[in-house]
Design a binder for this molecule. Structure first.
Ligand code: ADP
Ligand code: TRP
Length: 336
């Protein structure tokens, strides 16, 4: 039997290359080897989005993105979270098992509070809805970006609390974080995120991508050591610090083989205005990677999205209902 894999993306804005390398690409590379579930977590998006038209458009958009990056809807249960209301029911059950101080430790919640943003109760309970997403399907492997590691730990904790209270019902889901990807920096050097307006859009036009790349900050004061020859006669060398745009380098690494990339940077580092040609090369490298996906994306029409989600909802609902029957028996709300 194949292991169960599950992940989801919020339809909260246009996807960026951080989402692609942190979540989508790992999923596409893996999902054929598993019994896979892929969600559009629209209820999670409500914690930050209050524009119905935008939400609707984003839902279409995320499904298109999934198809564009290579997900075959025949090989995965692709569904929208709100189509399976059992997720919110299970979230409630978990909320009755965990404590307020425990939820207060969640990074996502703490970060929003620290930034002075409104922390609604949905945001506070966010990890338990995510735990429900995972545990309702007995998912074992959860491919996510590094920033979601703690949320998967919260799902494990919810499972443990439930098992202790009611008997062994849930397994132990494990996050799958790809080595080498980690957290991808945005154009300003902090984590690339829809909420920080520092993204390089995945499916933007070439102009939009170019504009974002050109805005990558390169004057962050970072340096790297370089060995230079000081005397041809003696072969003596010294090590000196040269300016180095670490975030530009990190982003470019995603699109180029390491040795090619190092050669490119070494070559331009000794030029004046070195960042312009480097950025132009990056734009071309992004374009080469994205253009075929952009074409595939354009071929997915609204009715395709509706049909995919309808079928996915039926499949997910069936699995979720079976699990919920067991849960109802365990907690005592079912009378038989
Ligand atoms: P955002 O921060 O842009 O709102 P989400 O929180 O919706 O992104 O994340 C969607 C998925 O993409 C998650 O699995 C997350 O870990 C991954 N992800 C988001 N930003 C990055 C990043 N900068 N680097 C790596 N992975 C990321
Ligand atoms: N919290 C995740 C994010 O912001 C999205 C998400 C919701 C998710 N439910 C999930 C990811 C279940 C994996 C599994 O990226």
């Amino acid at each position: 039997m194949k292991k169960r894999l599950l992940t989801g993306l919020q339809p909260s804005g246009a996807l960026h290359i951080g989402n692609y390398f942190g979540a989508l690409k790992p999923f596409v590379d893996l999902y054929n080897d598993y019994d896979s579930h892929l969600m559009v977590v629209d209820l999670h998006a409500l914690t930050t989005l209050r524009d119905p038209q935008a939400l609707r458009e984003n839902i279409y958009s995320v499904v298109r993105d999934y198809i564009a990056v290579g997900v075959d809807p025949e090989k995965v249960i692709l569904f929208k979270q709100s189509d399976v209301p059992l997720h919110t029911e299970l979230a409630w059950i978990f909320e009755c098992l965990v404590t307020v101080p425990f939820l207060m430790q969640a990074h996502a919640y703490k970060d929003k509070v620290a930034k002075g943003l409104e922390a609604n109760a949905g945001l506070f309970n966010y990890p338990m809805l995510m735990a429900a997403d995972i545990l309702l399907y007995d998912a074992e492997v959860i491919p996510v970006g590094a920033d979601q590691k703690q949320h998967v730990e919260y799902a494990r904790e919810a499972a443990t609390k439930f098992n202790l209270a009611y008997g062994e019902t849930f397994g132990t889901p494990q996050e799958l974080i790809f080595e080498g990807v980690g957290i991808i920096p945005g154009t300003d050097g902090q984590k690339m995120s829809k909420s920080y307006k520092n993204t390089i859009p995945l499916f933007g036009t070439k102009d939009e991508i170019a504009k974002a790349v050109m805005s990558i900050v390169t004057d962050s004061g970072l340096t790297r050591d370089e060995t230079v020859n000081v005397s041809r006669a003696t072969g003596n060398t010294v090590v000196r610090s040269v300016p180095f745009a670490k975030n530009l380098y990190s982003i470019h690494t995603l699109f180029k083989m390491q040795d090619e990339q190092d050669k490119l940077f070494d070559f331009y580092m000794s030029h004046e205005n070195m960042y312009k040609p480097l950025k132009e090369t990056l734009i071309e490298d992004i374009e080469a990677c994205v253009a075929p996906m952009r074409e595939r994306r354009a071929s997915v029409i609204d009715s395709d999205v509706q049909a995919i989600l309808k079928k996915g909802a039926e499949q997910a609902q069936e699995r979720a209902a079976r699990k919920m029957e067991e849960i109802h028996k365990r907690i005592g709300v079912s009378l038989t």
